[in-house]
Design a binder for this molecule. Structure first.
Ligand code: DC
Length: 222
């Protein structure tokens, strides 16, 4: 079974997907982490993201691995664990910048498709229902008001110990969503057959209950 969860940043995709994965025994794959890993790889080499050819060339020396430890996703860049580093606030924009480049998307989408071959998966990202798995069993487009999303991202970052300001997070979320929605390849948008779930003002438990119900219904039909 393949469940696709797409939506803008801060809608709650990863937190919900990870709880759902443990509830149903699925593997949760957070594809944003893969774009983040490519973002830091390109930035570390001081490659200009505007130079798509150079970025494409650099991908030849890149290996992004996803491993799992007690259900938690770890991400490796050429054999080095970058699970913590990719969560630094400045990496969000680096990831969004490289995600506009078709060669980067092809490189990661191929890997994402392979991961579904052997497991029941719940995969979250921006193009899972539209591009990666257009035939997914269930597609959910998770959204929330810009205010709620920015507040969630802010609290997440404060909890992780980052010294960020709410205004900076609001600006980052707006800039990134607009870039992700307006790019020419695989822009963020709901698949035509996606169920839209708006988490504005909802507690985690409420959103979780809505999603688990959708999944149970789907499983009954199979
Ligand atoms: O989910 P996230 O915030 O970790 O994602 C970081 C960036 O990666 C996001 O701004 C756009 C890009 N991304 C993408 O283009 N496609 C995906 N499937 C996942 C993420």
């Amino acid at each position: 079974m393949i469940i696709a969860i797409d939506g803008p940043s801060g809608a709650g995709k990863s937190t919900l997907a990870s709880q759902i994965a443990s509830e149903f025994g699925f593997l949760h794959i957070d594809t944003g982490a893969m774009y983040r890993a490519v973002g830091i790889y390109i930035a570390d080499r001081c490659i200009d993201v505007a130079d798509a050819e150079k970025v494409e060339e650099a991908l030849k020396g890149l290996k992004v691995d996803i491993r799992f430890l007690n259900g938690m996703q770890l991400i490796y860049l050429n054999g080095h664990d970058v699970t913590m580093r990719i969560r630094q606030p400045e990496v969000s924009m680096l990831a969004s910048n490289v995600s506009k480049i078709p060669a980067v998307r092809n490189f990661l989408v191929d890997q994402q498709r392979l991961m579904a071959a052997e497991n029941n998966i719940i995969m979250d990202g921006r193009d899972i229902g539209t591009v990666v798995f257009p035939d997914a069993d269930l597609k959910i487009y998770l959204t929330a008001s810009p205010k709620d999303r920015a507040e969630r991202r802010y609290l997440e970052q404060i909890e992780k110990g980052f010294d960020v300001k709410l205004e900076e997070v609001v600006a980052d979320v707006q800039r990134r969503d607009s870039q992700d929605m307006n790019r020419s390849v695989a822009p963020l948008k709901p698949a035509e057959d996606a169920v839209i779930v708006d988490t504005t003002g909802k507690k985690f438990e409420e959103s979780f209950a809505i999603l688990t119900e959708l999944i149970r219904e789907k499983m009954k039909l199979q």
